[in-house]
Design a protein around this ligand. Structure first.
Ligand code: R5P
Length: 324
């Protein structure tokens, strides 16, 4: 802690967390030079969640940082119970900080008799008592509209752009693994001053995708595939294969949220991918660490810390991205 980001103007800010990503939260606290709030988030003997905040929070500006990642339902329930706890303890304002917003992929009724779970989660967070939400690289930006409280939506691209600029990759093309990801990929290509290509992917089921063709010229170039998340790894691995077939040289992957479920690790280790860069919005499992040097974790702690500082001091968040 060098204290350079310490918030001196207002000192009633407090950061708390559940159990989903303590390492990231500690880094955010380091960035802000404030200690992590004292709370116990444990379990009753029957598995129910037991929360006790061990310090005074009356009148405080509370930030609860909790990725709703695996175990998804436990992480979500911890967040909701923490919000309820701070509301009843008379804190001044509660911001739910979700570096990774789980259940985001169920964001519309694309067939009969299915829920819109992303909206349900928004209702739960709001009803529990959150005053605002801070999140990052939502699967669909319009999920912000599921809330009637302020939502600040951070983008991880400055962290990746800086990383790839330092890597100094020559003659490369930024690739979106599907049509839905073009907007994100365009941001990267603008910031890295690189060409853009798109893989035509069709989803056949939750674990099954089919790749058609590539729009854009990748032959003889290095490729960076960018996406919001890797779940089963199907989309990324198929995109990497089709890019290889089209003559791409080295293939890099830059993905914000390493959900990495099912057989993702096996698929990624076998795929023609040189390196996978992810962020620490979700902690890597021990199994994922078996990817060794093929996986590189970039931290979004400074981005989150800076956003928290700006929310607390009523400064612009959007300028964090336009200044880049
Ligand atoms: C799709 O729209 C998303 O951006 C991801 O590409 C997708 O959810 C990743 O899923 P999987 O890794 O299971 O293919």
């Amino acid at each position: 802690m060098d204290g350079k980001n310490r918030i001196d103007t207002l000192n009633n800010i407090k950061i708390f967390t559940g159990n989903s990503n303590v390492a990231l939260v500690e880094k955010v606290c380091d960035y802000l030079s404030i200690p992590l709030g004292n709370a116990t988030v444990g379990r009753f003997p029957d598995g129910e969640i037991d929360v006790k905040v061990d310090e005074d929070v009356r009148g405080s500006d509370i930030f609860i940082i909790q990725s709703t990642c695996s175990p998804v339902n436990d992480s979500l329930a911890e967040l909701l119970i923490l919000i309820d706890c701070f509301k009843r303890a008379s804190s001044a304002r509660i911001t739910a900080v979700l570096p990774y917003y789980g259940y985001a992929r169920k964001d519309r009724k694309d067939e009969g008799r299915v829920p819109i779970t992303a909206k349900l989660v928004a209702n739960l967070i709001t009803k529990a008592g959150a005053d605002r939400v801070l999140t990052m690289d939502l699967h669909a930006a319009q999920i912000q509209g599921f809330f009637d409280i302020p939502v600040d939506h951070l983008l991880a691209f400055p962290v990746f752009s800086e990383y790839y600029r330092e890597r100094d990759l020559s003659d490369f093309v930024v690739v979106s693994p599907d049509v839905g990801g073009i907007k994100i990929a365009r941001q990267y290509s603008n910031h890295l001053n690189a060409r853009l290509a798109v893989v035509d992917k069709r989803r056949m089921g939750p674990e099954e995708t089919e790749v058609g063709f590539v729009i854009g010229d990748v032959e003889g170039r290095n490729a960076i595939i960018v996406d919001d998340l890797i779940a089963t790894g199907g989309s990324i691995c198929q995109a990497a294969r089709v890019l290889k077939e089209k003559g791409a040289k080295d293939i890099y992957v830059g993905v914000t949220h390493p959900v990495l479920c099912g057989a993702a690790i096996e698929k990624l280790s076998e795929a023609p991918i040189k390196e996978i860069a992810v962020t620490d919005t979700i902690p890597l499992s021990g199994h994922a660490k078996s990817l060794g040097a093929k996986i590189k974790v970039l931290s979004v702690s400074s981005l989150l810390g800076e956003a928290i500082k700006r929310i607390h001091t009523n400064m612009s968040i959007s300028s964090m991205f336009t200044e880049h």
